[in-house]
Design a protein around this ligand. Structure first.
Ligand SMILES: [Zn+2]
Length: 497
């Protein structure tokens, strides 16, 4: 029997509806967690539509079970919204295939996750076959279909949880500090507490205040004990003021708060900067003053998949602007890193006497790559620096490169030579300042943002957000400072001909 507008499926029970709720629940939670990992709005929206659509189907089954009444639109919506949700998910994967490739590349390192994911895919295929082959108003078919669905979605949920707990995706989990357990010998009974309060208090000996530095990321606790509540996490190389001590703990003031950190991770030796301080080049400033530099911070909060010509007069259409990649370890999206660096570069270049034009200064814009080039063209910029970061399926790949058009570029061959020279200057100075592996100048004629430019232009891929070390470095303020000095030095080198 097929479900139609006027028929009520036989044998549907509340229990069956509740079992049907399981896959919806599993998938809904997995989708929220995946959204947190991938930070892709289209992907989350697609997942949410699927979840809501599934929930409505469960409610429909409950109404059928209780009232023996067919609320036809509640059944019918599945045929529209479920495929729509899946379509959005597939579109988001196609648009952000770089980021997803990195995600799946990471999963390859975890055979358990890979196995679970394969089980999920097989489950989804099996369920689709059931949905097509079996009668969806039949009780037995329904049990088979929904049992497969529940198991499959549970596999997906476990897979996502394993990914998150193994620390493959988030930096926070990577840093786990060992602390010594508090020894009972250092404790005395606090008389001020009531008699029946058996809990011992630890004596903190005050000391003459002195400054010290954390040697690692460390927990800042309200009590000199590993059981003490964590007030905050203090990063490595942070300055604290020591005000008291126990055998294993130091009482320190951090910001305006008093708390405790393990002695093991505090040193009175002032730490050296992790990275050498890059220095500006010595150049003739009379040659740089009055030059206009356009800085384009790559991407924006939400990509725009509508298309535009790949170059002036081109029949090849490309997406207006994509969402970019994401830091696999830090979780920081590329559009945020690019703007952070772009704003710092703006300040550095202005301090060096350049006039700077920015294509964007916030994330919530919708400016296509062609429009970004047009901003530079209209401003009469002397050069354009397009700030990006790279991604790869291979998380082992690290380093930086710049991109420039070829001499046979159909749209902007006349800027090829100077763009290649600018790219060479920028990548060499950038890598000298940061110590990033130099992958040289890549020649490409496929970049819309280059093809529309009427002045020397370079795209710098500052490092691989899929590589843990590049990703973490690019979020370090001292390292960012070197990145900015390196790019500015490259611009100086280009102009100081
Ligand atoms: Zn990019």
């Amino acid at each position: 029997m097929k479900v139609t507008k006027d028929t009520v499926p036989e044998g549907f029970s509340i229990q069956m509806a509740l079992v049907d709720l399981l896959p919806v629940l599993f998938y809904g939670i997995a989708n929220i967690l995946l959204g947190y990992i991938l930070r892709d709005s289209l992907f989350i929206t697609g997942g949410a539509i699927c979840t809501i659509s599934g929930t409505i189907k469960v409610i429909w089954k409950m109404i059928v079970a209780v009232k023996r009444q067919n609320v036809w639109p509640m059944f019918l919506q599945m045929r529209i919204f479920m495929p729509l949700g899946f379509l959005l998910i597939i579109i988001s994967i196609i648009i952000n295939r770089g980021a997803f490739a990195g995600f799946f590349g990471n999963i390859m390192n975890y055979p358990l996750c890979l196995g679970l994911l394969i089980a999920w895919v097989i489950g989804m295929i099996a369920m689709t076959v059931c949905a097509i082959k079996l009668d969806n108003a039949d009780v037995k078919s329904n049990w088979i279909e929904q049992s497969i669905n529940a198991v499959a979605q549970l596999m997906l949920l476990i897979c996502v949880i394993v990914i998150m707990t193994t620390g493959a995706m988030k930096a926070d989990e990577v840093v786990e500090i060992q602390e010594p357990r508090q020894e009972e010998t250092t404790t005395i009974v606090d008389d001020s507490k009531s008699e029946d309060n058996a809990k011992a208090e630890i004596v903190v000996n005050p000391v003459e205040e002195y400054n010290a530095w954390t040697t690692d990321r460390v927990n800042f606790r309200d009590n000199p004990s590993a059981d003490g509540k964590i007030i905050a996490k203090i990063n490595a190389r942070e300055e604290v003021t020591v005000t008291g001590e126990t055998d294993e703990w130091l009482q320190v003031r951090y910001g305006n708060q008093l708390g405790f950190v393990s002695r093991e991770y505090v040193s009175t030796e002032e730490p050296q900067a992790t990275y050498g301080q890059a220095q500006p080049l010595v150049v003739d400033r009379s040659k740089t003053t009055g030059r206009i530099v356009c800085i384009d911070a790559g991407h924006q909060r939400y990509g725009s998949s509508a298309t535009e010509p790949n170059g002036p007069g081109s029949g090849t259409m490309k997406a207006r602007v994509t969402g970019g990649t994401t830091g696999r370890t830090t979780g920081v999206p590329e559009y945020q890193l690019t703007l952070d660096i772009a704003l710092k570069l703006q300040a550095e270049l202005e301090a060096r006497g350049y006039t700077v034009v920015m294509t964007r200064t916030t994330h919530d814009v919708d400016i296509s790559n062609m429009e970004r080039a047009t901003v530079a063209n209209n401003a009469g910029a002397d050069i354009t620096i397009r700030i990006h970061a790279n991604g790869s399926e291979n998380t082992g790949i690290s380093g930086a490169l710049t991109m420039a058009p070829s001499e046979s570029n159909p749209y902007c061959a006349y800027i090829a030579n100077e763009s290649q020279y600018l790219s060479r200057c920028v990548i060499d100075q950038y890598c000298a300042a940061t110590g990033m592996a130099n992958q040289g100048v890549s020649i490409t004629d496929t970049m819309t943002g280059i093809n529309w430019c009427q002045m020397p232009v370079t795209i710098i891929e500052m490092g691989y957000m899929t590589n843990p070390s590049d990703d973490v470095n690019m979020q370090d303020p001292a390292y960012q400072n070197n990145m900015v000095i390196g790019i500015a030095n490259g611009i100086d080198a280009f102009f100081a001909l």
